[in-house]
Design a protein around this ligand. Structure first.
Ligand code: ZN
Ligand code: ZN
Length: 142
């Protein structure tokens, strides 16, 4: 089952219809390549879905586990959930806003599982957000 079919199935299984604007917003997120702030999604959807319906759609996607919110300070960005993307983490530049996607370090994943285990936990999911300054935004070395 490809991403679009899976997306339609999630909507239908939860009693929601597959509308053109929902499909379009899903496609935008699927081709985004990185988490998008709402204003970018709203701009990209212009002509197909208005601001209010973009917000409602994203809210529905979050509720159904289709998309998730990445909190960066008091702001957030949206990306598809791990049902659609491989597990990864983000590093966000505080100066230019660039988001670098990092695929997992197996050692790190193992460590999380172990840490959870010692606390009697079984991990379903986790997010790790790293903030700092990217290559181009680091102050010159002294
Ligand atoms: Zn930067
Ligand atoms: Zn991870």
């Amino acid at each position: 089952m490809n991403g679009m079919e899976q997306f339609k199935k999630i909507l239908q299984d939860n009693g929601h219809s597959v509308t053109r604007s929902r499909s379009y917003i899903f496609e935008l997120l699927a081709s985004a390549g990185e988490p998008w702030p709402m204003h970018r999604l709203i701009n990209a959807a212009a002509g197909k879905a208005d601001r209010v319906s973009v917000y409602r759609t994203v809210e529905l996607f979050e509720k159904l586990g289709i998309a998730q919110r990445i909190n960066i300070g008091w702001k957030y960005k949206i990306e598809l959930s791990e049902a659609f993307l491989d597990h990864h983490h983000h590093m966000t530049c505080l100066a230019c806003g660039r988001v670098v996607t990092v695929k997992d370090e197996p050692q790190f994943e193992t460590m999380i599982a172990r840490l959870a285990g010692t606390n009697g936990f079984i991990v379903k999911s986790h997010q790790l957000e790293i903030q700092g300054h990217c290559n181009s935004c680091q102050p010159d070395a002294i």
